[in-house]
Design a protein around this ligand. Structure first.
Ligand SMILES: Cc1cc2nc3c(=O)[nH]c(=O)nc-3n(C[C@H](O)[C@H](O)[C@H](O)COP(=O)(O)OP(=O)(O)OC[C@H]3O[C@@H](n4cnc5c(N)ncnc54)[C@H](O)[C@@H]3O)c2cc1C
Length: 427
């Protein structure tokens, strides 16, 4: 049986950055990185944006523009089927491989709709492979229906419209993203989408999908688009962990603020339900930048544990890094990029600062700043991230360094927040 100092499961941003951080911290080589994905590690965010819009080829660009270090042995197209945390082995392609340290970074997969016929011609979007099929279908489509108004749904609808496909976006939400981002951002997103020619069918559920692409909606209408994309969120890819002693919550692997899940086992990215060192509570995240940051923490800590000759946290914890970055993401809908950082458990107040060509939404809960969203407002976004981390008051954040009079005006424009239990994902 081959044994590696580090085995990483998953070739997304969390897995790749974990492998890199391990090597940078002086971890042993080679590292084994095993992935269900068939393609060399690539950036996912462009797939729903410039790739689907037809601005760039669906070829996949390397994560952070860098190839994997030579010391990483990559096994692609080989899903891990089992993990034995007592024996410290993983099973891949029927073969057992031993590990000293293990990073779990198998991310998520798109949810499908149970009301769809099994043989319905439905697209999901997660992998490069998915994107290549979607782009090929879009090349022949005159009409498209996108189900789901999360970020992937909004981005994909905008991209399809930009390439000339007559697109309808369907969602039970009253407006795109309103449940998470509130009315101001939702209105802006609605305007961007309709400006591109997207028809919004909001407040509408899918009743059923009959093969090949007959979609019955709760408003009584039936659609038969040339292309059907389901973008209704994701679920953790964790089936292969069934039967392990690892603690899981709704399919995510529970970990402490060092991303330590069990002796010799670390978790990062979408798969994790990790304690956040600053928030002081577990925060599930589904964001590219957070997966990179978590991978870095997991890889460095795994190397520190290996160097200490033990993965027992009581012995080597001092040297471990905490996961302490405020979660957030960027999303580009057509030509418009939003930057959002938040703790992710909703808000009860919004303060909007609208200025020509830009806006900022400050989100509060019980008077504290819990989130910021900026459109062409990078300065506010960066300041907001720091203030969220500090636990600043909403009023202080919204006032900023603008004259008191202007701040007063914007507070007068405050909108009631959705108060929703906003999910912290980009999907
Ligand atoms: C189209 C698209 C656009 C997005 N745009 C943005 C954006 O603009 N901003 C943003 O913040 N976020 C965005 N996201 C979300 C972001 O991509 C994810 O949060 C991020 O990829 C999570 O990283 P990860 O490494 O945890 O998991 P993933 O990227 O999901 O990678 C998981 C890896 O594990 C592999 N795997 C799964 N099961 C197994 C197994 N059993 N054995 C071996 N390997 C396995 C998978 O094949 C994959 O390689 C986007 C997502 C998509 C799909």
């Amino acid at each position: 049986m081959d044994t590696f100092g580090l085995v990483v499961i998953g070739s997304g941003p969390a897995g790749v950055s974990a492998a890199r951080a391990w090597l940078e911290a002086g971890g042993s080589t080679p590292v084994l990185l095993v992935s269900a994905d068939r393609d060399e590690p690539y950036e996912r965010p462009p797939l729903s944006k410039e790739v689907l819009a037809g601005d760039t080829q669906p070829e996949g660009s390397p994560i952070d523009g860098k190839p994997l270090p030579n010391q990483v042995e990559l096994r692609l197209g080989q899903p891990v089927s089992q993990v034995d945390t007592d024996a410290r082995t993983v099973t891949v392609g029927g073969e057992q491989v031993g590990y000293g340290q293990l990073v779990l970074a198998s991310g998520s997969r798109p949810r499908s709709l149970p009301s769809a016929d099994a043989d319905a011609d439905v697209h999901l979007l997660r992998s490069l492979d998915d994107a290549q099929r979607l782009v090929a279908a879009a090349g022949h489509a005159r009409t498209a229906l996108v189900l789901g108004s999360g970020f992937i749904g909004c981005e994909a609808a905008a991209s399809l419209a930009r390439r000339g496909v007559t697109t309808t976006l369907v969602s039970p939400e009253k407006a795109p993203q309103v449940d998470r981002l509130g009315t101001h951002a939702a209105d802006a997103i609605s305007g961007w989408l309709t400006g591109l020619g997207v028809t919004l069918a909001m407040g509408t559920e899918v009743s059923s999908i009959r093969a090949p692409r007959q979609v019955h909606l709760s408003d009584g209408t039936t659609h038969e688009p040339d292309l059907l994309l389901v973008a209704v969120g994701v679920e953790p890819s964790s089936d292969y962990l069934d039967g392990t002693a690892l603690q899981q919550h709704e399919g995510r692997v529970v970990a402490d603020e060092h991303l330590h899940a069990a002796p010799g086992v670390w978790v990062a990215g979408d798969l994790a339900r990790a304690m956040h060192a600053v928030a002081g509570r577990p925060i599930p995240v589904e964001h590219w930048g957070d997966a990179l940051a978590m991978g870095e923490v997991a890889g460095a800590n795994a190397a520190a544990a290996a160097a200490a000759g033990s993965s027992d946290k009581t012995e080597s914890k001092e040297a471990w890094k905490p996961w302490d970055q405020v979660p957030g993401f960027w999303s580009t809908i057509g030509e418009h990029t939003l930057q959002y950082a938040a703790w992710g458990n909703g808000h009860d107040e919004e303060v909007v600062d609208e200025r020509p060509g830009r806006f900022t939404v400050w989100y509060g809960q019980d008077g504290r700043l819990v989130g910021v969203l900026g459109y062409n407002a990078e300065d506010d976004y960066e300041r907001g991230q720091a203030l969220i981390e500090q636990g600043a008051e909403l009023a202080e954040a919204a006032r900023g360094d603008r004259p008191a009079e202007a701040a007063g005006e914007s507070e007068d424009e405050s909108e009631g927040g959705s108060g929703s239990d906003a999910r912290d994902d980009a999907s």
